[in-house]
Design a protein around this ligand. Sequence first.
Ligand SMILES: Cc1cc2nc3c(=O)[nH]c(=O)nc-3n(C[C@H](O)[C@H](O)[C@H](O)COP(=O)(O)OP(=O)(O)OC[C@H]3O[C@@H](n4cnc5c(N)ncnc54)[C@H](O)[C@@H]3O)c2cc1C
Length: 336
Amino acid sequence: MSQTASRDAIVVGAGPNGLAAAITLARAGRSVLLVEAAATVGGGARSAELTQPGFLHDVCSAIHPLAVASPFFKGLSLREHGLEWIFPPAEAAHPFDDGPPVILERSVESTAQGLGPDGDAYREALSPLVRDAGRLLPDLLGPVVWPPPRHPLLMARFGVRAIASARRAARRLFRGERARGFFAGLAAHAVLPLESSFTASFGYFFALLGHASGWPMPRGGSGKIADALASCLKSLGGEIETGRRVASLDELPPARAVLLDLTPRQILGIVGPRLSARYRRALERYRYGPGAFKLDMGGRTRPARAPPPSTWGRRSTRSRPPSALPMSGGSRRGPT
Ligand SMILES: Cc1cc2nc3c(=O)[nH]c(=O)nc-3n(C[C@H](O)[C@H](O)[C@H](O)COP(=O)(O)OP(=O)(O)OC[C@H]3O[C@@H](n4cnc5c(N)ncnc54)[C@H](O)[C@@H]3O)c2cc1C
């Protein structure tokens, strides 16, 4: 397309959501340009050599239960664009100072067994959700308001539990600290204080994802998700421009619509004067959530193969080599 012709849409920000927006437009036959400030697409789904040469680390996201369950991703054939999922032998481990970890496994039964006296309560809470996962997950992962959920009754049942805070739900469901701590760890994906309403939804949701579709990682790191989405977009005729930080809408080429995959303050900076005073105030009032960090390490030796999850609870955490625990971190590209 020539530089002066008007496109149907420009998307600013090539994180996974910006890429998804651009693909949706391109699939609908619209001409679309995706503009990204960084040298590579991906935003929070990028991989880079952060520690040592040859060690690829995921800069932000590493484990992708939402992507693998997403109806949108399922409709894209991303395998043809180089995306391959690795499903670990267990989905997640919640560590404790004074005992073995609680393991989230694909099987509700095996997970419940690791929760001791709270196993029955866990089975009772999760089994109905897992049974209905095929119908429930597309609604949970779909648009919030429109189109309306296809299974409103299931959503309502989920909503009744989800509305509580994680703290309240964990105390109501479980008696022991291990089950409560495990649930809190899952709910912490809300990135909100665990006393806040609706944080219980994240506890149920991430446990459900673990049992229904798994918590996989992309072979070669999260950047492979971005690469596959970018390849898909290009195959549909979409254009991508990296290394261009947009400071104002005025500097963009003509387009019928501009979509911003940015945070409220970034939007204020780029669009501010054009927005209504009311909307500007709403953006200014937006409070960012608590910070998050993760620890990435590059080791000298190849990590030991993890023992089967069923044996983890029987060993002392102190005697287990740390490398035997699955963890988010770097992956070595070449032979070690
Ligand atoms: C430490 C950490 C760990 C995480 N772990 C996981 C995980 O394991 N699994 C998971 O599913 N999620 C995880 N997440 C969340 C995930 O990274 C985000 O949900 C996701 O990246 C959001 O995508 P997005 O497209 O909305 O925004 P982003 O990924 O933030 O993308 C926004 C893009 O906009 C670009 N941009 C910004 N300003 C401009 C501008 N002015 N002009 C042009 N481009 C601009 C940025 O460079 C960026 O590429 C994690 C996040 C963090 C911080």
